[in-house]
Design a protein around this ligand. Structure first.
Ligand code: FEO
Length: 394
């Protein structure tokens, strides 16, 4: 991606990774991603905000050359994860005067992970500022979005917030700014679900910190830049709120059709009660879609056959992820089938220790579902309807 001017003397100098298909060897990237870095030239000093993933270091270096940058005074590191910090050692070699500006926690992480020597750092505290002459960098510590060391920079004079991962999205696009709002919303929501959702409480506090700041532009480190800050800030406010939607997420696996029959019947039972049902066949869906559906759902009902007395391993994986991602669901249950015996219900519910959910009585049946089993699924749908009416009024 070539260097592009955002405002006079403020440039986007990062890289687009069109082909990347997996992040952290875990998260599918259907739309690729970008590693955004920003160069700010003040009348006295020049600052580079973040670097790029090491796979794209030549793009960052070339962009700086293209802009004839011969000196960088400050290399601000908002977040130690290597997709933003990985090229810092290279930049420090090319620009020997540059100092890494970051907070104490991030500094220690960079020393551990990238072996950057102590003398190359300038340590800053919350709301400390650094002047570039006509421009001022105001640092805001924002822990746990999504690591403990994360911080943001507010460029006062230009009213630009650089929040690194916060408000980002894994979206490779040649658009410098958000142009397609539905696409940007979906990408940002997916990113929130996969990366930020476990830190919902911290994000709420960090949103409070910035809510009254005059912000014209939000320039994150992944995905397009927001010229309409309220678009992404309002979306985050909704996602991190305690409000849940009248939705039931049903991640499931079926080996011989019994659990599938239950899921199909149960899905219809929910629809008849005007509840939004979202069944996810775990052999066919991707975890990002599943995570995204967890952002709003009031209830999660896990469907599983019995394998060696316990749940299907794919269901264990999805349950582990659900527990780790800490969605705000308020209710959970389980449906499924066994051949001769099983301890599936205890094992699954025992894995949901992070979730503050009320467990509604599961429907675990022997073999293929029969009349009484369908009645039990209707009972579960009725229970969910009552619970949802109690919290959403729907
Ligand atoms: Fe984009 Fe947490 O790194």
């Amino acid at each position: 991606m070539p260097a592009r001017e955002i405002k006079p003397n403020i440039f986007s100098v990062g890289a687009i990774d069109w082909d990347r298909r997996l992040f952290d060897e875990l998260i599918p990237l259907f739309d690729g991603t970008s590693y955004n870095a920003y160069l700010i030239k003040g009348t006295d000093k020049t600052a580079l905000l973040d670097s790029v993933d090491p796979a794209k270091e030549s793009e960052l270096v070339n962009n700086l050359k293209e802009l004839n940058i011969t000196k960088i005074d400050y290399l601000v590191c908002h977040h130690a994860e290597q997709d933003h910090s990985g090229t810092i050692p290279k930049i420090l070699r090319i620009y020997p005067e540059a100092k890494v500006v970051t907070n104490q926690k991030c500094k220690e992480m960079l020393k551990d992970m990238l072996l950057i020597p102590d003398h190359r750092f300038i340590e800053v505290k919350d709301r400390e500022t650094i002047s570039l002459g006509d421009k001022t960098l105001d640092f805001i510590l924002a822990p746990w979005v999504h690591w403990p060391e994360t911080m943001l920079t507010y460029l006062k004079e230009d009213r630009i917030l650089f929040p690194c991962d916060f408000f980002g999205s894994h979206l490779a696009t040649s658009d410098l700014y958000v142009t397609d709002e539905p696409l940007a919303y979906r990408s940002a929501k997916r990113y929130y679900a996969e990366i930020m959702m476990p830190f919902r409480t911290s994000i709420k506090k960090n949103l409070e910190k910035i809510k009254d700041m005059p912000i014209d532009i939000i320039a994150p480190s992944h995905g397009p830049i927001h010229k309409k800050p309220s678009f992404i800030m309002d979306a985050y406010k909704d996602w991190v709120s305690d409000n849940v939607k009248n939705e039931v997420l049903i991640p499931y696996v079926s080996m011989h059709g019994s659990t599938k029959k239950m899921v199909d019947y149960f899905t219809e039972a929910l629809i008849k009660r005007n509840i939004i049902a979202k069944p996810f066949n775990l052999t066919a869906t991707d975890i990002g879609e599943l995570a995204m559906a967890m952002v709003d759902a009031a209830t999660i009902v896990i469907g599983s056959p019995t394998v060696l007395v316990g749940p299907h391993p794919n269901v264990v994986y999805a349950t582990y992820l659900a527990n780790a991602l800490r969605p705000k669901a308020k209710f959970a249950s389980l449906i499924g089938s066994y051949g001769w015996a099983g301890k599936m219900a205890e094992q699954i519910t025992g894995m949901l220790t992070n979730l503050k959910v009320e467990v509604i009585e599961p429907v675990i049946i022997k073999g293929y579902p029969k009349e009484a089993d369908f009645k039990a699924l209707d009972r579960l749908a009725d229970d969910i309807l009552r619970k949802h009416m109690g919290i959403t009024g729907q």
